[in-house]
Ligand binder design. Structure first.
Ligand SMILES: Cc1cc2nc3c(=O)[nH]c(=O)nc-3n(C[C@H](O)[C@H](O)[C@H](O)COP(=O)(O)OP(=O)(O)OC[C@H]3O[C@@H](n4cnc5c(N)ncnc54)[C@H](O)[C@@H]3O)c2cc1C
Length: 370
């Protein structure tokens, strides 16, 4: 039996940051990081951006942190390994190769997986879900052979992928059920084909011949490992202000965590990079018992499409009752402030510096503290 002080499940940025958070306060405790992907932790956000466009992307440069960091900090890593069972009472995890790890404390960082829409043909070979390096490499290869590519879903990921494919001079369509892009829903009725996709049929009966589809219909939390336990809720893994689940010593972070938002109010699950990074660091620190830090970050994410960079700060889940604009949409350089009544709830920054983004976070904190 293998025994560890800390077990981290999931080697995305959440899990990698939890290791860092632990090592910031506990240099000696034994730590194992187990991740299903063969590749060490990497910048997942780049997959829909420059990674698609680069002819020969440098996979080493993608790593975050560099895999040597784990060796230097005496963290055992097991990449390409799935945790198949998680026994809360016995504090025991079973790996796909049959080994068991008994742990004192654990962090769940299994992230999320692409939603497969409930329509026919979602598993056809040339229907791609962009989540991992393998998906991105497959998309690059298939895109170079296909003439017609359809991106299904006009949210952040769909728009980014469509922009990148277009910058690669490919013929790209984008299918979205709403009249404007960057909200979350779509309505293809089905993907048609026996083994490969030939057409996409919409609810209204229209048929689009395509050789390749990229489906970007949102991400759902990877909760299979803890299904039917209190660690799996309908919206993610419920955690406290300190990112601890109701099981003492077991934490959840990143795309998985359903946490109380002490800045904006309410309870939420974010599927964004900065959130997973900071939650990992904080959960790791709290796991050592030497710190007790609340997660109190302003929600924040960014996107890049064509020549635009946009940063979103605050809560965009409700439509604003009023928008205040500094700058001009036409000049593609502006700051838009979203209000609910008199209360500032969110700030959208287009082509602004990191300083402006930080200042937007401060403005929101101040507005909400009133
Ligand atoms: C293409 C793309 C572009 C994005 N762009 C942006 C962006 O521009 N800005 C932004 O803010 N966010 C972006 N995101 C979102 C951001 O990447 C995620 O929010 C972030 O990666 C979440 O980190 P995580 O560690 O919680 O989960 P993940 O990154 O999903 O990592 C979880 C890991 O756990 C592994 N795992 C799952 N189950 C098990 C198991 N049982 N055993 C072992 N391992 C397991 C998974 O294989 C995975 O490697 C993007 C995401 C994608 C896919």
């Amino acid at each position: 039996m293998i025994r560890r002080d800390y077990l981290i499940i999931g080697s995305g940025i959440g899990g990698a940051s939890a290791c860092e958070g632990i090592r910031n306060y506990d240099k000696r405790g034994s730590v194992t990081l187990v991740g299903a992907e063969v590749f060490p932790p990497y910048k997942r956000w780049i997959l829909s951006k420059s990674f698609l466009r680069e002819k020969e992307p440098n996979l080493k440069k993608l790593q975050e942190p560099d895999e040597r960091w784990f060796q230097a900090h005496k963290i055992e890593t097991r990449f390409g390994t799935v945790v198949t069972q998680f026994n809360i009472e016995r504090r025991l995890a079973v790996l796909a190769n049959g080994e068991s790890i008994e742990f004192n404390k654990a962090c769940l960082a299994m992230g999320s997986r692409p939603v497969r829409p409930p329509v026919a043909g979602v598993n056809l070979g040339n229907v791609i879900y962009l989540r991992t390096i393998r998906d991105a490499l497959a998309l690059k290869e298939m895109a170079s052979l296909e003439r017609g590519i359809m991106v299904v879903g006009g949210g952040l990921l769909g728009c980014e992928a469509a922009a990148s494919l277009r910058l690669m001079k490919l013929k790209v369509g984008l299918m979205h059920r709403d009249p404007f892009l960057l909200n979350r829903y779509l309505d293809p009725n089905g993907f048609e084909g026996k083994t490969v996709l030939r057409n996409i049929q919409t609810k209204s009966g229209n048929r689009f011949p395509v050789g390749l589809a990229v489906v970007a219909c949102g991400a759902e939390p990877n909760l299979d490992l803890v299904r039917n336990t209190p660690l799996a809720g309908p919206h993610g893994s419920p955690v406290t202000d300190y990112l601890e689940t109701e099981e003492k010593g077991i934490y959840a972070v990143g795309d998985l965590a359903f946490y109380p938002d002490r800045v904006m109010g309410g309870v939420r699950r974010q599927t964004h990079w900065e959130n997973a990074r900071s939650q990992g660091l904080i959960a790791g620190a709290n796991m050592t018992g030497k710190k007790r830090i609340r997660y109190e970050q302003v929600p924040c994410f960014w996107t890049e499409m064509f020549d635009l960079r946009m940063d979103f700060v605050g809560d965009f889940s409700v439509l604003p009752t009023r928008v205040g604009l500094d700058g001009a949409y036409a000049k593609k350089k502006f700051v838009a402030r979203y209000y609910q009544g008199d209360t500032l709830r969110a700030i959208l920054l287009c082509q602004q510096t990191q300083r402006e983004v930080d200042s937007a976070k401060t403005q929101l904190r101040q507005a909400l503290a009133k």
